[in-house]
Write a protein that binds this ligand. Sequence first.
Ligand code: 5AD
Ligand code: SF4
Length: 436
Amino acid sequence: MSSDKKLFIQTLGCQMNDTDSQHIAAELEKHKDYTQTDTMEDADLIIINTCSVREKPVQKLFSEIGQFNKKKKDGAKIGVCGCTASHLGKDIIKRAPYVDFVVGARNISKIKDVIDVKGSVEISIDNDESMYEFGPAKTNKYRASVNISVGCDKKCTYCIVPNTRGEEISIPPEMIVTQVQKAVDEGAVEIMLLGQNVNSYGRRFSDKRPKHSFTKLLQDISKIENLKRIRFTSPHPLHMDDEFIEEFAKNEKISRCIHMPLQSGSTEILRAMKRGYTKEWFLNRANKMRELVPDLRITTDIIVAFPGETEEDYQDTLDVVRQVKFDQVFNFKYSPRPETPALDLKDKEIPDAIGSERLTGLIELHKRHLEATMPSHVGTTVNILVESLKPNGEVTGYTDNYLQVFAKGSDELLGKFVDVKIVSATRTALKGEVLI
Ligand code: 5AD
Ligand code: SF4
């Protein structure tokens, strides 16, 4: 039954937030009869699902909800969810009294109850079983995401996540397999497994069951018939043991693209960040991956200007970037976050101008790498899963190693794996012609 109640959700931040937003929409559709709209002005309920990993998205939250409040329909409610909701809690309502409710990143299962209670604030980070009783979230018809764990047990000194998403609990493997199966039954051919730290999977469950491992989980999931591609994010370089790398190399369903968050190339800084590995360990793991997996693409996250970072430390980071030849780099300038241990290093903070310079240097280095390597795809033939058709008559999809490709096509290609002959390349994507 369709209803007149409209929901608008704005999502900031990571893929966990995207999935949480999809769960919020599904819960409100199922229990409260809302349908989603892309037009904020039409909505009866406006939700902003936030990120607090860096300060910028937090500032953006307040400017955004201020705008929403001015432009919203009369009587429309505004709610704030996600990580910033967890760490600021009722202060959000103090600062923006027109906000109707606040729901933390670990409490989204409560969404259907709080939307009707003006002023409610749900931000506990204790374990909440209902947290993972959601179905798979759909990015599109062919790709679904499934959470495999919640929270994070690492204590990276710059990171606010352990405060906002709580301790790490793994979701039982049979529940994950059931969810993946369900998504596949509904037409998904690609699955994205999500967790803050996926390859520490299986150390703690909410019941007293024995430990499991991420490698074993990958093996369980890859047995599902008609599932063609498995992706996951984020693995931690520290837990990339040989067993995992060997499974990655030999399991044909695993997409040949891996996110390896470096954060810094300096062993000294990695120690100050409490990342648990050295520059050499990271290089060793990346080299082993490249050796065993042909055509592997490696993506990464890097923070520059962490407190105490010297020019030499920064050069170590650039050195790793040169050696590993990352295919995509998400760059960040260190941003001090509330209640994180790195705040104790305040006297070692790097002047903002130097931080910006280092960020630009890193971006430039990587840009040159992409400009030198992306054209080498021209003339090759790649295989893509076609995911969508754009209004201009182009279809788009991704190769197995997760490079985006555009080509002229039609809706008959949707959901199919097709060969594409590449005719041009930009720094981030390829363009080609579908071979029939
Ligand atoms: N400052 C800058 N970047 C950060 N990240 C996490 N916390 C901070 C911070 N305080 C980055 C890390 C992480 C990514 C999701 O965000 O690189 O991998
Ligand atoms: Fe934050 Fe580190 Fe956990 Fe990633 S592994 S969420 S950076 S504490």
